[in-house]
Design a protein around this ligand. Structure first.
Ligand code: AMP
Ligand code: ZN
Length: 699
């Protein structure tokens, strides 16, 4: 339908419109908006391969609507705003819906909700309006018709007035009853609406299976649902784990054709209840009937924080006037009902352009590619650089310089590049050439068989020294007050710090002469460094930055030695016998303490006054309530932070793990817990605790 060239042009035009570049008349702009919207409708509905983010689409659509409102003379009968909804493919028989399936108006913040409430009150004359608030399921919409308690038809939304007959495919979905006892409610004929979705977990499983078979992965569950629903072989639809959630009754009649909505089924909530009782999957357990706009907003906010833990993908909430008579008074536009509104959650994804790749050398010499992207705002922060992990990742995702990348950030999670949009390539894209030499010292990089990582092996590499020193003084290591990253870098550049020992022989007289330093700040720095000399040895062990050794392992090791130099005497076998230490970690520790320069470093630090002995007061456990028990924390904790949580476990003799496995006894979940919780639920031996339950456990 669109040629390659046309598509390139329209993609380019879309980007300009989204970014508001290019200045043109209102007339030209409405025309351009219509062109790109029609094109994206086609990609979305006909191909099930959208190349635009929902938020951007919504934005363009809204812009067009606003422009037409401002300039009514520009409205044309074929404008996408004049249609009830988007496009149609003609593979299936077309059927007319009994009642048009409209879209929903969108809102993004509390003010929008208040404005909606105001307009509802104005339209209805009601003083108080109750709203039913429910999740907005991110799937593919369907309409089912039952007559005489039998399913007689299922259809997709299509253009809203006419959809595709997918009755056979719908019958393959176990969640759609073939017959339902509507007659018990006096209902003879009913049309109900809902969403066909794939649960997150099922979607993940399907993709894992496809990956194992070497098949192309599905992009997201919504497209997969809409695609699967229209597969020619209905049996395949069933195997793809589709489910239908029903959330609306658009028509209900008794034997004589009398309308039962409003007179018999008074509220939206009541209709959901009927669906629920007739055996449908509904949002009855998730929804809430709220007294007014404030309560609705509160409920929405609560949901936004826990949407990640919900088993179905949601992109917002829907606020509906609960009373059906009031709904009728509100009426509808050709595009959406005036009695309902969608509230869109903050986007989790954004598109941006990959401008450049920089290579960072870590403290162990690992070279990490970092993507520099055009800054994008996402879930409250502006993102301009993201880790690309390693060379494999770049190859796997087929990332090129100049590519349009999809960035995702969910909850507290570090931003991540989900993939690229190959359709948006314009020919200017370039391959990414991973360097073969260290960007800092130019030594040749090496890569071992089992690792996907390129490393600089030069012990004197300046970039590594810098990262090592920064790590040495950091919070999880020796936690030296007043010696932050930028000061360390400055001191290294001035030659004050050439190796770790130098931290304890800083030329304070010289520092005093530097701009930005005074008596007081130099005193504070001195004090911070002095105070940190007495830290427990697990911190020193962690401070060395031994490969594969973090806080947890450092603590494990510290519990088994009297002083740091004991580690020189431990054999590989001794190390492997320490609980929590596997063969790879043991090898790494062994190598470190068999290296002469490292032993020299420890002796020097000792001479300079740094504690290297295990003292009784350093024992991590103050009692043994949790002895032998393992813990992991996930989600955003409300009552204490991560550090405090760890401390509490350790003080009580428990142990922390870093991932969910059969070795885990307790998973403590805060808000917004994600995949760890899902995984833990599948292992029966793991007990899931709330923060309160955890606190009770330790008394
Ligand atoms: P949009 O496509 O963004 O205009 O949003 C409207 C669509 O949201 C409807 O056509 C439904 O398919 C879908 N939707 C998902 N969950 C709900 C819900 N709980 N109530 C109404 N519509 C919903
Ligand atoms: Zn190097």
């Amino acid at each position: 339908m669109y040629s390659e060239e046309q598509q390139q042009h329209l993609n380019h035009l879309t980007q300009q419109l989204v970014k508001h570049t290019g200045h043109q008349s209102a007339k030209q702009k409405t025309e351009e908006l219509r062109q790109v919207i029609n094109y994206h409708d086609w990609r979305y509905y006909a191909l099930s391969q959208p190349v635009i983010l929902d938020v951007d689409y919504d934005k363009l659509f809204k812009e067009l609507k606003d422009l037409e409102k401002e300039h009514p003379e520009l409205i044309s009968p074929d404008s996408p705003t004049q249609r009830v909804a988007r496009g149609l493919t003609d593979d299936f028989k077309q059927v007319s819906h009994l009642v048009s399936m409209l879209s929903l108006d969108n809102s993004y913040n509390a003010e929008d909700v208040l404005a909606f409430d105001k307009s509802v009150k104005k339209l209805t004359g009601a003083e108080h309006v109750a709203y039913c608030v429910e999740p907005k399921f991110d799937g593919s919409s369907i309409a089912l018709v039952y007559e005489n308690d039998m399913l007689i038809r299922a259809a997709t939304r299509g253009d809203g007035a006419v959809g595709e007959d997918i009755t056979n495919n719908a019958k393959a979905l176990a969640s759609i009853p073939l017959s339902a006892k509507f007659s018990a409610f006096g209902i003879h004929k009913i049309e109900i609406r809902g969403e066909v979705i794939i649960q997150k977990e099922v979607f993940e499983r399907i993709n894992n299976e496809r990956k194992a078979k070497g098949e192309k992965l599905f992009q997201n569950s919504r497209n997969t649902a809409s695609g699967s629903l229209r597969l020619k072989d209905p049996n395949e639809s069933a195997t793809r784990g589709l489910e239908a959630v029903l959330y609306h009754v658009s028509l209900a009649e008794d034997k004589d054709g009398k309308d039962l909505l409003r007179e018999q089924l008074h509220t939206h909530y009541h209709t959901i209840e009927v669906l629920y009782k007739c055996g449908f999957k509904t949002p009855i357990h998730e929804l809430k009937v709220c007294k007014g706009a404030d309560e609705a907003t509160e409920f929405i906010n609560l949901w936004e924080t826990k949407r990640n833990t919900f088993s179905i993908e949601t992109d917002g909430m829907v606020i509906k006037v609960n009373d059906l008579k009031l709904q009728q008074k509100c009426g509808s536009t050709t595009h959406h009902p005036r009695w309902a509104m969608a509230y869109k959650f903050q986007a989790k994804q954004a598109q941006s352009k990959l401008i450049d790749v920089e290579y960072q050398v870590g403290r162990t010499g690992a070279v990490t590619p970092v993507a520099k992207i055009e800054p994008v705002a996402l879930a409250g922060v502006t993102i301009s650089s993201i880790s690309l992990h390693n060379e494999e990742f770049i190859k796997e995702k087929d990332i090129h310089l100049g590519d349009t990348v999809i960035v995702e950030r969910a909850g507290e999670v570090i931003p991540y590049i989900m993939g690229v949009v190959p359709e948006l390539r314009d020919g200017s894209q370039r391959d990414i050439h991973f360097p073969r030499h260290c960007p800092s010292c130019k030594s040749e990089l090496i890569k071992t068989e089992e690792e996907a990582i390129w490393r600089c092996d030069n012990a004197d590499c300046p970039a590594q020294t810098e990262e090592r020193a920064i790590h040495f003084v950091s919070k999880d290591a020796l936690d030296i007050d007043g010696l932050g990253r930028s000061i360390v870098i400055d001191f290294i550049e001035r030659g004050f710090i050439k190796n770790l020992e130098d931290i304890y022989r800083l030329p304070y007289d010289e520092i005093l002469k530097l701009e930005g330093w005074g008596e007081k700040s130099v005193e504070n720095l001195k004090k911070g460094i002095e105070d940190a000399k007495g830290r427990p040895i697990w911190r020193l062990i962690n401070a060395f930055g031994i490969r594969l050794v973090g806080v947890t392992t450092s603590k494990d090791i510290a519990g088994h030695i009297k002083e740091v130099l004991d580690l020189q005497k431990l054999s590989l076998e001794d190390l492997t016998n320490i609980e929590g230490i596997g063969p790879k970690v043991a090898q790494s520790i062994y190598d470190f303490f068999q290296t002469e320069s490292n032993i020299h470093l420890i002796k020097e630090l000792e001479r300079l006054g740094v504690n290297t002995k295990n003292r009784p007061e350093d024992s991590l456990a103050k009692n043994n309530k949790l002895e032998g028990k393992t813990f992991l924390f996930t989600g955003s904790l409300q009552q204490f932070n991560r550090d405090r949580a760890k401390q509490l476990v350790e003080e009580n003799g428990g142990k922390l793990l870093s991932s969910v496995s059969a070795n885990l006894n307790y998973l403590v979940v805060g808000e917004d817990a994600g995949s760890k919780l899902t995984k833990a639920k599948k292992i029966p031996s793991i007990t899931v605790l709330t923060e309160d339950e955890f606190l009770n456990l330790i008394g």
